[in-house]
Design a binder for this molecule. Sequence first.
Ligand SMILES: C[S@@+](CC[C@H](N)C(=O)[O-])C[C@H]1O[C@@H](n2cnc3c(N)ncnc32)[C@H](O)[C@@H]1O
Length: 315
Amino acid sequence: MTIPLNPITANLPLFMGLDRKLIINVEDLDQVDYNQANVILNGEALEVLKKLPDSIIQTVVTSPPYYGQRDYCTQDQIGIEKTPNNYLNRLLEIFDQIKRILKEDGTLWLNIGDKYIDGSLAGLPWQLAIALKERNWILRSDIIWYKPNAMPSSVQNRPTTDHEYLFLFAKNPKYYYDADAIREPHVTFSDNSKMRGGRNHLGKKGGTPEQGKNAGNSNLHNGRWDQAFHPKGRNKRTVWEVPLSKFREAHFAVFPEKLIEPCIKAGAPEGSLVLDPFFGAGTTGLVSLNLGRKFIGIELNKQYCEIAVKRIFSI
Ligand SMILES: C[S@@+](CC[C@H](N)C(=O)[O-])C[C@H]1O[C@@H](n2cnc3c(N)ncnc32)[C@H](O)[C@@H]1O
């Protein structure tokens, strides 16, 4: 069967030596080569996910529509349900499917925003996180995305919100996570620090002062070498400062590339497959390709699929 080409995908230049469709309709899913990937599946997330094979994805990086926030101009869009519970239940069904298609050592990085309902913060990120735990997801981290350039607001009776959550979930207790790929600079014993006793051990394992002047300083002991002197830096922390992105073509918030780079570097080895079931303008695909990973995107709105294709493949 030949697949009808739409104006964008019909005129694509060869990409990575492949002459093929980059947007696939839900009816044509049997045409997808999951080994090749780098494709956008145009359809409703739950409906598409149900048709994907088990255990093909290494990591999922996604930001579902927030509750009651935006109109994505499509039937079946998520976020416009009558009650927050209906919204959460739809997401839970989607994440059940995501667990099925994740590899056994796979992970999920989930960014989700909250909502004031009748003047009271609904706590939707944590409601969702706890419901996912009840469905046997393992919650490994609640990362705070701190936005230094968050929109100012006129509220006078509470602090202005300038953070969101980014949860890291694992499917199983043993999962792929490359901590070395996302280490950050040491603070206590950096090259600039005045603490000579510590600085001398930067990058050099062994010879920490178990005895002598610094004996008893637990920061300097061999057991803590990894934390204080690892040559690639200290283990990544849970507060990530990342400014909001400036991509203007989409009329919704897109991921800043810097926010999801660590998720992809730590969550997926090179060449493995990253999924975003709420693909939007395709930041997850763009960053995955830039980092030598492959991607699959799912997106309900055809126009957004086309924006994403143009952005990712620079056409
Ligand atoms: C917050 S945006 C994602 C933005 C994305 N992270 C990026 O960097 O561009 C959420 C996206 O989910 C899509 N969406 C909403 N309901 C959906 C559904 N039921 N199935 C698939 N996609 C859906 C919207 O059209 C929108 O593009």
